[in-house]
Write a protein that binds this ligand. Structure first.
Ligand SMILES: N[C@@H](CCC(=O)N[C@@H](CS)C(=O)NCC(=O)O)C(=O)O
Length: 242
């Protein structure tokens, strides 16, 4: 039975899973989900994941959520090249360390900007006060500095000379429109060189295939949100802005 992956490529964890599966020639069927069209609320998806989140992996009757768990499952089931998740105990621990750190640092900071710049304006039809965006950019800057100084240091990739799951997860977090001409890599030449190496290691074509939608600012502006979802989210988002 072929593996099924429920993904929306607007989502960072989905992009990481998508790139990993494709890069490693893992056969899968993509069950394309569109969060903004309310598809996570369908009856059909509810049977797969009552948490109504993507990504989800379905391998026969085995269903798995959480991108980190999915990536690790794929490395083990398909015995992917060891550089992704090295057998060496200390290198592996470094990948684990990064995967744990990013969930409460880089990811929420980058996601917040996406919400402020793209998602909330789409839902509420209004721009966000610039101080809010500025605060979020400053938080992201702190995380970027940690990525640079603690995790990357002077190595070509986060844990050494080869790409691992840590680089894959990090790059998918940073490839999103930050808005107002702000570029994550501006003034960070080391991170820029790292980004180029990661892109090359993954393959430019696959990299762009995964990021085409999220980087298409015009398309993002024209998305029509599912009306019931819009009504449901509006009070939550207004509260967020207070
Ligand atoms: N920790 C989870 C995060 C999953 C997650 O939050 N997915 C988001 C998209 S990035 C989602 O499905 N959101 C829909 C919702 O919350 O309604 C992972 O890494 O897989």
């Amino acid at each position: 039975m072929v593996l099924e992956l429920y993904l929306d490529l607007l989502s960072q964890p989905c992009r990481a899973v998508f790139i990993f599966a494709k890069k490693n020639n893992i056969p899968f069927i993509i069950r394309s989900m569109e969060m903004l069209k309310g598809q996570l609320f369908s009856e059909e998806f509810n049977k797969v994941n009552i948490l109504r989140k993507v990504p989800v992996l379905k391998d026969g009757d085995f269903i798995l959520e959480e991108s980190t768990a999915i990536l690790l499952y794929l490395t083990r089931k398909y015995n992917t090249p060891s550089h992704w998740y090295p057998p060496d105990m200390k290198k592996r621990a470094r990948v684990d360390e990064f995967l744990a750190w990013q969930h409460s640092n880089l990811r929420p900071c980058a996601a917040k900007i996406l919400w402020l710049r793209v998602v909330i304006p789409l839902f509420l039809g209004q721009q966000i006060p610039s101080e809010k965006v500025q605060d979020a950019l400053e938080e992201l800057n702190i995380s970027l500095q940690k990525l640079d100084e603690k995790f990357l240091q002077d190595r070509p990739f986060i844990i050494g000379s080869e790409i691992s799951l840590a680089d894959l997860v990090a790059i998918t977090e940073l490839m999103q429109p930050m808005g107002a001409g702000w570029d994550v890599f501006d003034g960070r030449p080391k991170l820029l060189e790292w980004r180029k190496r990661v892109e090359m290691a993954l393959g430019k074509e696959l990299f762009m295939e995964a990021h085409a939608r999220i980087l298409n600012a015009q398309e993002l502006k024209n998305i029509t949100i599912d009306p019931p979802l819009k009504a449901q989210m509006k009070p939550v988002l207004l509260k967020m802005l207070k």
